[in-house]
Design a binder for this molecule. Structure first.
Ligand SMILES: [Zn+2]
Length: 318
């Protein structure tokens, strides 16, 4: 019998889950449409049925545990709490609901913490004890590891770099405040920056031909790579805000590396280079040249499942 775990990534639209062995090999993967299950109990039943089906498709495997990455998840309590992009309102005791159906350890954390676990167990942070993972997608998620431990804090919600206020009274954030880093340094933030710059700048730009509602961070990164002046300026502005958030995070935890993961990180050097330059100029002197800015060592395609699997593997090993 081979021991395996299941990694589950719950997103606003889709839920992906996979059977993963100790070496990080994904043996099977399946998915559900999260939006098909407005009642959480129905979701749990469908997920558990999916896991059992996957187990029965593989001979000689034994399930040791389930790790789950989800929005607004609380590691301490095994809950999802007041997630604005899920239909399940209030506090959802997800780990307990799943444990009732399938008698193995179940751990839950937010998706960015799961990504950081994936980086630590299977990715570029294998030999690191201090690092930060920033997931740059629709929003900005983060997982912070200090002295080999994920930072959860008093509430279980610690390490929300996306909600560092970088511009007092700045852009409106989904959290109800203004000027949070994720309103600038995310795919959504970059698109917003370009729409503002297009009306303020006079330079020619191929981005002017794209209707604002159809503009994507990928198109902007491609335009920046071709030296489009609006795109270049927008990438620099985004990198500056991201760099600001990073130098402020560094003073708290002195990480060895910051990993950039997710859609916007695909912009590659168009983003990494100006972020590194910002750090060279603004990083606190004691931390100069001590922090690497790196792409994630985990592939985008199954990164979320691997992260959730790493979470439970790490828990079982303790
Ligand atoms: Zn916010």
């Amino acid at each position: 019998m081979k021991n395996v775990v299941v990694g589950v990534d719950i997103g606003g639209t889709n839920t992906v889950f996979g059977l993963v062995d100790k070496a990080g090999k994904v043996l099977g993967e399946s998915h559900l449409k999260t939006t098909d299950y407005p009642v959480v109990n129905d979701f749990v039943k469908a997920l558990v049925a999916g896991i059992k089906k996957m187990m029965s498709d593989h001979a000689d495997v034994e399930l040791s545990g389930v790790g789950i990455g989800a929005p607004d998840a609380n590691f301490h309590r095994g809950t999802i709490e007041h997630a604005p992009n899920l239909a399940w309102k209030g506090i959802v005791p997800l780990a307990d609901l799943i444990k009732k159906e399938i008698n193995v350890p179940v751990v839950v954390t937010n998706d960015a913490n799961a990504a950081a676990m994936g980086e630590m167990v299977f990715g570029g942070a294998k030999n690191m004890k201090n690092f930060i993972v920033l997931t740059l997608g629709t929003g900005l998620g983060s997982g912070i590891v200090v002295d080999g431990k994920m930072v959860y804090g008093h509430t279980g919600f610690a390490g929300e770099v996306g909600h560092l206020i970088v511009v007092p009274n700045g852009r409106e954030c989904g959290c109800g405040r203004n000027g949070c880093l994720e309103t600038y340094a995310s795919a959504t933030g970059l698109v917003k920056t370009v729409s503002l710059m297009i009306s303020e700048m006079r330079e020619e730009s191929i981005l002017r031909d794209i209707p604002p509602s159809e503009l994507t961070s990928k198109q902007i990164a491609e335009a920046a790579a071709r030296k489009d002046p609006v795109a270049v300026k927008a990438m620099e502005y985004t990198a500056e805000k991201l760099g600001f958030g990073i130098v402020n995070s560094i003073v708290y935890t002195s990480p060895e590396a910051i990993f950039l993961f997710g859609g916007l990180a695909q912009a590659g050097e168009m983003l990494f280079k100006p972020v590194r330059e910002y750090l060279e100029k603004h990083n606190y002197v004691l931390f100069r040249d001590t922090v690497k800015i790196l792409p994630s060592g985990i592939s985008e395609s199954n990164g979320a499942v691997l992260g959730a699997a790493a979470l439970i593997l790490n828990e079982l090993s303790e």
